[in-house]
Design a protein around this ligand. Sequence first.
Ligand code: PEP
Ligand code: MG
Length: 586
Amino acid sequence: MSNPPPDEIRLTGLAVSPGIALGRASIRGHKFIVPVERKIGESEVDAEWQRFEIALDATHEHLEKLRVRIAKRAGKLEANIFEAHLLILRDVTVMDETKRLITEDLINVDSAYFSVMRRYIDGMSEIKDQYLQERIVDMQDVLERVLRNLRKESDVEAEETGTFVLVAHDLTPSDTAAMDRDKVLGFVTEAGSVTSHSSIMARSLGIPAVTGLHDISRRLRSGQRVLVDGYKGLLFINPSGETLKEYEGIQEQKNAIASGLEELREDKAKTASGRRIILSANIEFASEVNLVRKYGAEGVGLYRTEFLYLSGKTLPGEEEQFNNYKKILDGLGGEEMIIRTLDVGGDKLTGDEEHAGEMNPYLGWRGIRLSLEQPHMFRQQIRAILRCSAHGKLGVMFPLISSGDEIKRARDLVDSCKSELDSEGIPFDGNIPIGAMIEVPSAALIADQLAGLVDFFSVGTNDLIQYTIAVDRGNDRVAKLYQPTHPAILRLLKNVTDAAHEHDIWAGICGEMAGDIVLTPLLVGLGVDELSVIANQIPRVKQAILRLDDNKCRELVEELLTMSEAERIFTRCREVAIEHYPELLV
Ligand code: PEP
Ligand code: MG
């Protein structure tokens, strides 16, 4: 008698990258194997050191291969992340300390290297700084690679054959960047959030992904069949025949809808009542420019330039930035690109320890605050943007604006860069549009005062929601409280769009909220002029806009503003969405 099929297990996590993946699970053993400390004899010292050098060389060779592969596939800047790894790998202090432990304390090399790296990682972990936390991930990555090579295990991506769904506790940005799109059907992780680097990269690589599935690597075995629903954030272990059938149907529907939507590619987004809404794309990497064209976006509404920063301690210089911006602009075929100036937190740009260990990095030294205090770096970025503005339609906007004073100071710096370029005879667009990101409640509340200082507003709802409701956007323990339809968010959005229009400037939304078609009726009713979303969300949002009537959406907003519960507001939006584009909401 054959065994009955194993029971299906359905788990709910966080949907971070849309799509459906069906395949065998491959568990990436990120559960760290701590090397056992062993005393060695003096006669073993040379052999241990040699083993270390061989492992370092093997790791170097592997990282170098990854760097070349990613550079070819995604671009040079994306590949820079591996240069940071190579620097960590060859760090002289780490090598010297490891050598001392082997030669003087007579400790085996695995354990010696582990304890040196661990000391640095632990020291850095105590400092609550976003930049340092990301560097810790890099250090951990290098440590694991070297230890694997010391144990003579091959790296995961080299040993995998065939296709698989990657399951891991967490994935480093380098893991995600190194993923082979043809082999990794999807990924699921225990840790991570919608805004973590790996999730952002998964979206740009088009890999379906679900995070926040606690304990998943314990509940699953490699080789088990899984189905990843990156739309709803679901994972099915041993999906039943019924589930598979249901998803076959969903996939067919999605494919049919996607090919139907392809016809809209050249159409402009216009409501059923004829109002134009600019539909542009959010990008993190220059390589995404192809997707912007492919999905029919009207240019780039948000270029997150901090991804240029992934590779090291500072932004690349003016020239490299100029080349990067120009490459994207050239790829846009005459469409506009809005560059957001650097939005990182932490203090690593100067190595100034005074600012290390911020208690609340989200409330600390990030965005425009940091740029204004780093005028040398800020000027390089503004000069690169201005120079590029001579070659096409370019806008610039500042992140984390919390007062008018910050806008004025940023504008002064732009003016001073303009004069400098003028005196150098370098061309630029003297009327380059300058915008403020509205993502801090104080800015949203004084939008009427800020509107006179800029050419446009772009609302960063990802941050606006976290600051308004006081809920960390990356913390899955409070994810339930993170509600885009909270009545307070509605009021702030209304305040911002109304203030913009009273002052004859445009207002757009570039947070994740803009790509959620359940909320399109709300955003259309608020009168937004632009929506900037992940490129592959463009067709759906465009279809939603085409079906919606402005008057009805305005009435809806009036009704929603009287409601006091986020869930009711969401449900009401969903009803309207289903009424107008039911096929998109399967
Ligand atoms: C936002 O906060 O909504 C936004 C678009 O910026 P980021 O997600 O990069 O903080
Ligand atoms: Mg933001």
